[in-house]
Structure formats: C-alpha cells, structure tokens
Design a protein around this ligand. Structure first.
Ligand code: ZN
Length: 295
C-alpha cells in the first residue's frame, strides 16, 4: 500500500478523512479517502499499487473489459454506453481540433474509437487490460498497452479522450504532462469523471458507488480540474453534465447501502441529483471537462 504524504494537486501535507467506503466488487474491505486541508482534493489513502492494485480489477464485476452481456447492471451499463458513444463523438467533433487525430486513453474494448474511425478520424488507443485489447482486436483495432505510450510523437494528437479513466491512473501528474506534450497546440484533452460534489454523492456518502475504491485512486470535483489544468498548461474551456450516470451510479449505490437492487429508489435519487445538479453550481453525478492546451 502506498501512503501519500503529499497532496498530488497542491503538495499540501495535512489531510482530513472525508469518506470510508468499501470495495464492493469482491470481498468487503474498507478504504480511506483523505481530503487535502489546503486545496480540498480527495484521494484514496493509503492506496494499493502495482500487482496489489491489479488484483482488485480481477473481479467478474468489472464490465469495462468485456462487452457487458451479463446481469441487469451489465446490461444497463451496456445500453447507456452505446447511446453515449454518439453524443461523445459529437462533442469531440464539434471542438474543431487542429488535427483529426484522436487518441482514446483507457479505450476499453474500443467501441468509441471504432465509431470515430467510421467518421473518418485517425484513431489510436491505449488500454492496459489484455482481455479488453483482445476484444478490441476482434473489431480490427490495434490498441496498445499504456507502457508503450512514449511511442506517440510529440505534438501529434488533436484530441485525447479519457472516459472515466483518469481516476484510475496512479501517476496523475506525469500522465497529464504526457498529454500536454503529445497534443498539438490548441489540441484538447477531454475528461469524463465522477463528481463528488453532486447530490447523489452527498446522499449516499461512503456508499456512493462512484467512489469505487480502490480502483479509483483520485476523486475529482470542478475545483480540482481547474487547479490541475493551470498546473499543467491547459485552460478549462467547458464542463458538461452526464445525466445518465446519476441513475446508473444510484442503482449501484442502493445495492451498496441495502445489499439488494432497489430500482425505484435509485431512479428517484438519480432524478433528484439531476434536478439539483442541473439548476445549481453543484452539477451532476459525472462531468465531462474540456481542456485546451495553451501555447
Ligand atoms: Zn491539495
């Protein structure tokens, strides 16, 4: 386990425990999330690393690596994902990036890239899971292990996308620096992330499924992305709500809290979160951030 003694965003050295969630994909095990007393950033602390971290991904519950044909939750995830692909692509397409070159970092089984390829974008992808890469190769996509990320030329990328990925990456600052170096001037970094300032996070507290410890090492809100953008040479251009995620996360959170699926209550909490998140500074359960590389 890695014990953080410095906040990865601001370097602050004193923290307060914010949540005590448990691992819900396998054997129940409690983790701690600290909040930095200086900048407010939340992070899993201590957090597993290396092989110890990888072992937590081996649960059958982790559907990002397959195409989700299992139980109810897998199916919901699969449907939402399919419907979301087109709207994600439209977002990317409307950025008017300097190059029509897209890199999906943490590409899963490659569905988003496949779609973008069909829309005449040059696509590349990185994905650490062997199983996911094999599933992608059946679609004709050659995804690479992130260990090989240095092979991309500097300044060669128009848009990087990370759909619920940055929260999984141990070397947070190095990775953001890497994106900056590989993007062309005026290129974009698009990040989809859970938002712990949302109403569903406040309601479910440590049962909030989007904490997803210890797979999620970092727990972001808008202020953190603003701070990280400035630190790494980006400007935060736009923030979008992801209204489907409130329902999906509430379904999982109800199960965490009550040990069974409670779809009616989950729907109500998802709706409540979206109403509050849509009409205030709070925002919804998950957000998409668009960051532009500064000169
Ligand atoms: Zn901090």
């Amino acid at each position: 386990m890695k014990q953080h003694s410095e906040c990865p965003v601001c370097g602050g050295q004193s923290f307060t425990s914010a949540r005590k969630p448990y691992y819900f994909r396998g054997k129940r095990e409690e983790f701690n999330i600290d909040s930095c007393n200086k900048c407010g950033f939340w992070f899993t602390n201590p957090a597993p690393e290396g092989a110890e971290l990888a072992a937590y991904y081996e649960s059958d519950d982790y559907v990002s690596h397959t195409d989700g044909k299992g139980g109810l939750m897998d199916q919901v995830y699969g449907i939402v994902r399919k419907r979301a692909i087109k709207s994600k692509f439209n977002l990317v397409s409307n950025l008017n990036a300097p190059l029509k070159s897209l890199v999906d970092y943490g590409a899963g089984t490659g569905e988003f890239l496949k779609y973008a390829q069909g829309q005449n974008w040059e696509v590349k992808g990185f994905e650490p899971s062997n199983v996911a890469r094999e599933n992608a190769s059946k679609k004709g996509l050659d995804l690479r292990d992130p260990e090989n990320r240095e092979e991309l030329d500097k300044g060669s990328v128009g848009v990087f996308t990370l759909w619920h990925v940055l929260e999984h990456i141990p070397d947070l600052n190095e990775t953001l620096q890497y994106f900056h170096s590989r993007l062309a001037k005026g290129g974009y970094l698009v990040l989809a992330l859970p938002n712990h300032e949302s109403e569903d996070s406040e309601y479910y507290k440590s049962d909030w499924a989007a904490l997803d410890v210890p797979l999620h090492l970092w727990h972001f809100c808008k202020g953190d992305i603003q701070n990280l953008a400035e630190k790494h040479g980006f400007s935060l251009k736009q923030v979008y709500n992801m209204p489907f995620d409130s329902f999906y996360v509430s379904l999982l959170s109800e199960k965490n809290r009550y040990g069974k699926q409670r779809p009616v209550q989950a729907f109500w909490q998802g709706l409540r979160s979206n109403i509050k998140g849509g009409s205030s500074e709070r925002n919804m359960s998950s957000l998409i951030y668009v960051l532009e590389k500064k000169a």
